[in-house]
Design a protein around this ligand. Sequence first.
Ligand code: NI
Length: 174
Amino acid sequence: MTLLTILEFPDPRLRTKAVPVSRFDPALARLAKDMLETMYAAPGIGLAASQVDQHIQMLVLDVSEEKNAPMVIINPRIIASEGRETCQEGCLSVPGIFADVERAERIRIEAQDLDGKTFELDADGLLAVCIQHEMDHLAGKLFVDYLSPLKRDMVRKKLEKQRRHADSTLTASA
Ligand code: NI
């Protein structure tokens, strides 16, 4: 089991635009498996490759309550969307911060699986929110971008403070 390091806001690497996946090889399958393990361990319900510093269009998620329905979505494209809904979101790259974000209520995506096979998926509810959140990551966008500049700055300062505290704890116990 390999746990990958998750980049945290405001790391500039999170702003990288992911490129489409063109090689559906064992290395891709291994990355997907490591991403799922990292996501479950965090714990989280979704993770984009961008968050583990791999700038390719792949995301993993599992919105089931039993945590037994892993999904791997590659080169996703939204081909239809409908309605608007506001949901409170969090992000593994912005730990401890939650904020309301408005997104499409229902979406249909076209994407590829680990074998390169194209499929379509209709999503609503938490699944639709999660896919849109992760697709934003692939475009170099974070959910805090939907907040006002003032609120975003407060988030950045709060995270810096959390990190400083974590560092000093580490030093004290070393
Ligand atoms: Ni996120």
